[in-house]
Design a protein around this ligand. Structure first.
Ligand SMILES: C[S@@+](CC[C@H](N)C(=O)[O-])C[C@H]1O[C@@H](n2cnc3c(N)ncnc32)[C@H](O)[C@@H]1O
Length: 442
């Protein structure tokens, strides 16, 4: 059978070719190769995700080592990606095996040729002797941080201008660290106390969160939480604390009529229903037919009885009598790089610009839909101001802003709305990066 490294290289090849989310291509490759064993899957996942997390540094080391007119791009995909994984192991893995190079050589010999294998052997021996910190010590701050933390240069430069060097470095470094896993107890199915006891019985040790009563922090787990009976029964969900904070900002109450404008796959819809104790109505809109199916499934399995899924466009939707709206807007996801490192590769200024235009038209229309003195929460899992403060400032004189009563720091200081909005960061709050704002219609 192929090694985890070889299968991880196949995941990276598929990712390069399709640019589809890494989690999706990982599932596809495992399915294609008939991998169902959790330990093997975890190992493939580890190599693929950790390599992508460090991809800019890895490619920099490789490009510096290749000679003549050989470039990384010109190499056969299997060679390029086996090299990447081996460099990850040599340079970033804590206890890497002494057989890293031998294994990579073997895979290339079997898949390509003896000559290619000799080439891989030479490149890896050279990189093993190279000190990355030394190589970048004379480059400018932006480029150095871009390489050392593997984030695109334009992104590092932008954050430097917004939050300064110290915060930028802390944020970028946090993206590469192991994140806290948060659980949200589905109180429609189980009490928090009972969930804690049941998790403990399955050797998953948790701690209650100080900010939100339904949130638990995983302290120790002997097996993946997704394999626990509670997760299988939808009694607990893996949900970032920042995502929970968005729902708390909305203050859903039993009997409310709420419009969840970008609802799929339904993580927040189901939490809203929980806060409403399954009393009232949630109109859950999403533009994606595939994702609305996921929402329907999630709503049903979570025991939610008050959600009405609608396939629709919130930039155009006309509907009356809505006093609370949640816009969990489509965004660059630049706040979730800890859990989705592949976004580092696909994130571009052009994409951010396109998404901020969508956000603007959804926000514009939803403010029209909202009843007089109604509440609108606009949130994104982005750290970029175009998808946060910039959107709110455009409506600064047209709505009343109210600071959401949740944890978080204030917004970026050179925006009018800064003191009225909240930001969450992995290096400060142990959450994904979130922007959360609350508007009242005059
Ligand atoms: C950040 S995700 C929402 C996540 C969801 N609220 C949750 O907690 O599970 C953004 C969603 O917006 C949807 N979307 C994008 N443009 C939209 C539009 N014009 N109208 C409605 N939904 C839209 C996407 O399909 C995507 O599912």
């Amino acid at each position: 059978m192929a090694s985890s490294q070889e299968l991880a290289a196949k995941v990276l090849m598929e990712f390069e070719e399709t640019e589809k989310p890494l989690k999706e291509v990982f599932q596809k490759v495992c399915k294609k190769h008939g991998i169902r064993d959790y330990q093997i899957m975890a190992s493939i996942y580890h190599y693929a995700f950790e390599t992508v997390k460090n991809i800019i540094a890895i490619d920099f080391l490789l490009e510096r080592t290749l000679k003549g007119d050989v470039t990384l791009k010109k190499l056969p995909p299997i060679v390029r990606n086996i090299l990447r994984i081996a460099v990850f192991e040599l340079k970033f893995e804590r206890n890497s095996s002494p057989l890293v190079t031998d294994l990579a050589v073997k895979v290339v010999k079997r898949n390509v040729s003896r000559r290619a294998a000799n080439f891989v052997n030479a490149v890896l021996h050279q990189i093993d002797k190279t000190d990355l910190n030394n190589l970048v010590k004379n480059t400018n701050w932006v480029k150095r941080l871009s390489i050392l933390t593997s984030h695109p240069e334009w992104f590092v430069r932008k954050l430097e201008n917004i939050m300064g060097r110290e915060e930028t470095e802390k944020f970028l470094r946090a993206n590469n660290e192991i994140r806290v896993t948060w659980l949200r107890v589905n109180t429609l199915k189980i009490s928090v106390e009972k969930a804690i006891r049941k998790l403990e019985k399955e050797n998953i040790i948790v701690e209650e969160d100080k900010d939100f009563p339904e949130v638990l922090k995983i302290i120790k787990a002997e097996k993946p939480v997704v394999t626990s009976s509670l997760h299988k029964r939808n009694e607990v969900f893996i949900q970032d604390k920042g995502s929970v904070a968005v729902v708390h900002a909305l203050t859903p109450e039993p009997g409310d009529i709420i419009l969840d404008a970008c609802a799929a796959p339904g993580m927040k819809t189901t939490l809203i229903a929980q806060h409403m104790e399954n009393k009232g109505k949630i109109i859950a809109v999403d533009i994606s037919p595939r994702r609305i199916q996921l929402l329907k499934k999630m709503v049903k399995s979570a025991g939610v009885k008050i959600a009405y899924p609608i396939l629709g466009d919130s930039a155009k939707l006309k509907i009356k009598n809505i006093s609370k709206i949640l816009i969990d807007a489509p965004c660059s996801s630049s706040g979730v790089l800890q859990s989705n490192p592949d976004i580092k590769v696909t994130l571009t200024p052009k994409r951010v610009k396109r998404l901020s235009l969508f956000q603007k038209i959804i926000l514009q229309n939803m403010l029209e839909v909202l009843e007089e003195s109604g509440i609108l929460i606009y949130a994104t899992c982005s750290v970029l101001p175009e998808e946060g403060e910039g959107q709110i400032d455009a409506f600064f004189n047209k709505v009343k802003l109210e600071t959401p009563k949740i944890l978080g720091t204030k917004g970026y200081s050179n925006f009018k709305c800064a003191t009225f909005v909240k930001r969450l960061f992995p290096h400060i709050h142990d959450t994904s990066g979130f922007f959360i704002s609350k508007m009242l219609k005059n």
